[in-house]
Design a protein around this ligand. Structure first.
Ligand SMILES: Cc1cc2nc3c(=O)[nH]c(=O)nc-3n(C[C@H](O)[C@H](O)[C@H](O)COP(=O)(O)OP(=O)(O)OC[C@H]3O[C@@H](n4cnc5c(N)ncnc54)[C@H](O)[C@@H]3O)c2cc1C
Length: 450
């Protein structure tokens, strides 16, 4: 609440320099946006990718979200394509770790070996949860892989460019405006992909949306942890471990059971906490308060585990992620809105162009109503809030990106509005590029998750 009244300030019209022109503009360099840009470029389009920060990766790097999951439906890997290239690029630099196929099973031995990497089916009701294909990675390896793939694809990358407005004429986006240190700049294109995560471009272009909210998290890492000693303590003194662990989770005030996980860097652990409800992830005030509150809580946890948890005695606070972890803000209300029931009943759609785990995403859920040359990809896709909470992991967002890039090339080549692009053509192209569009339903499609 402001403690003063003031009339809004009216801005004067401005001439803005045009700094780029391409077939496609992608707004947002997170997992969905980078994949969309690479995909469109590989399919023959000239592409400009704009990102507000100094790095690529969004939540996967700046937000330090360090496990790729929701990648398989029991033993079947369901998210493939550019996401695989990321994994292998990072692995070649020791920046990614995942269980080999022979370890992906349910046993106490494998649980002990892999659960601290976050490579388990965390939605399973079995005890212990099965080990599955999931990938623990290093955030800087993600940034390097992004830059490498973007460069190789010939994408015109413009960092430090904050999308601020869209120029729309006759139901089409003509240009976007970005704010930079040297003033506003305009970028022209024929088609646009919104991968901002918060629907910034689509809303500026007049798309309908719903507001959502979920916990926010200032993720952080601790270094110099003796993970062998903690493991020994956990399995040899389970009662004592549980007691300290419970207290640690109380102090951080909201965390998953596995509040710390191993990373590819020896002795560095990832703490995917605290979970803080009630924050609006697009509010300046809330995001500022989250930095204060998150850092207060993470320091309290650090002091507690250093003093009490075997293996953490000599740990250091490596620091929080560059950006507060925001899971949900605004969802598109597009040509189709994915419901919670769609996700939990594993509903299959004829126009599926992406899937994660065992759920399917129809092409229509990427399409805003009434804007011909705009498509969205990523966590802000057209879904109910409760559905998005279950279907927003990094790998499926990347497959959405890959599908949107393919759709952009088809729209341009056929001079079509996005809604007139044939989803079957997208599926076919994605298959040819080793990406699974989810066009072939799995055996459990349509069967409710129990
Ligand atoms: C704390 C936390 C834990 C999570 N845990 C997991 C997990 O373990 N595994 C998993 O797979 N997923 C996890 N997720 C979910 C996952 O990280 C996100 O859903 C995913 O990153 C979404 O990708 P995206 O590209 O749609 O959006 P984002 O990652 O949010 O990327 C959006 C990009 O757009 C840029 N951008 C935004 N606005 C503008 C603008 N106006 N101008 C220019 N650029 C802009 C951003 O800087 C960013 O680079 C977690 C999320 C959080 C927050």
């Amino acid at each position: 609440m402001l403690d003063f009244d003031h009339a809004p300030i009216t801005l004067t019209q401005q001439n803005v320099p045009v700094v780029a022109k391409s077939d496609v503009v992608v707004v947002g360099g997170g997992p969905a946006g980078v994949t969309a840009a690479i995909s469109a470029a590989r399919n023959g389009c000239s592409v400009t990718l704009i990102e507000r920060y100094h790095h690529l990766g969004g939540m996967a790097s700046g937000g330090m979200v360090l496990v790729l999951d929701d990648m398989c439906n029991d033993g079947e890997i369901t998210t493939t394509g550019i996401v695989d290239e990321y994994v292998e690029t990072m692995k070649s630099e020791n920046g990614a770790v995942y269980p080999p196929p022979e370890d992906r099973l349910q046993s106490h031995e494998m649980w002990r070996k892999w659960s601290r990497w976050g490579c388990h089916d965390f939605r399973s009701t079995q005890d212990p949860m099965p080990i599955v294909y999931a990938v623990a990675f290093d955030p800087d390896a993600w940034k390097r892989a992004s830059l490498k793939l973007v460069k190789e694809a010939g994408v015109n990358l413009r960092l430090h460019s904050w999308f601020s407005d869209a120029i729309v004429e006759d139901g089409k986006v003509k240009a976007i405006i970005v704010q930079t240190k040297t003033g506003r700049q305009a970028i022209l294109a024929d088609v646009f992909i919104d991968a901002s995560g918060d629907l910034d471009l689509a809303i500026a272009a007049g798309a309908k949306y719903s507001k959502g909210q979920y916990i926010v998290t200032t993720v952080f890492r601790l270094s110099n942890v003796d993970t062998v000693a903690v493991d020994k303590f956990q399995y040899e003194c389970p009662e004592e471990y549980r007691k300290i662990d419970r207290q640690a989770r109380r102090i951080i005030g909201g965390a998953w059971d596995m509040w710390w996980l191993k990373t590819p860097l020896p002795g560095v652990v990832w703490c995917n906490c605290p979970h803080m409800p009630g924050y609006d992830g697009i509010s300046v005030e809330d995001n500022t308060n989250a930095e204060y509150e998150g850092r207060r809580r993470m320091w309290a946890l650090y002091e507690f585990v250093k003093a009490n948890m075997p293996g953490f005695e000599k740990c250091h606070m490596l620091g929080a992620a560059e950006q507060v972890g925001v899971r949900q803000t605004r969802q598109l209300v597009g040509e189709y809105v994915v419901t919670k029931d769609d996700v939990t009943s594993r509903r299959y759609f004829e126009d599926t162009v992406c899937r994660g785990r065992d759920y399917y995403t129809p092409y229509r859920a990427l399409l805003p109503k009434g804007i011909d040359n705009l498509i969205v990809a990523g966590r802000h896709y057209s879904a109910e809030s409760e559905a998005q909470k279950m279907s927003r992991e990094i790998p499926p967002c990347m497959v959405q990106g890959e599908a949107s890039g393919v759709a952009a090339s088809l729209a341009l080549n056929g001079n079509l509005a996005f809604r007139d692009v044939d989803p079957k053509a997208i599926q076919k192209k994605m298959r040819a590029q080793n990406a699974d569009p989810g066009d072939k339903p799995s055996e459990n499609a349509g069967k409710r998750v129990t």
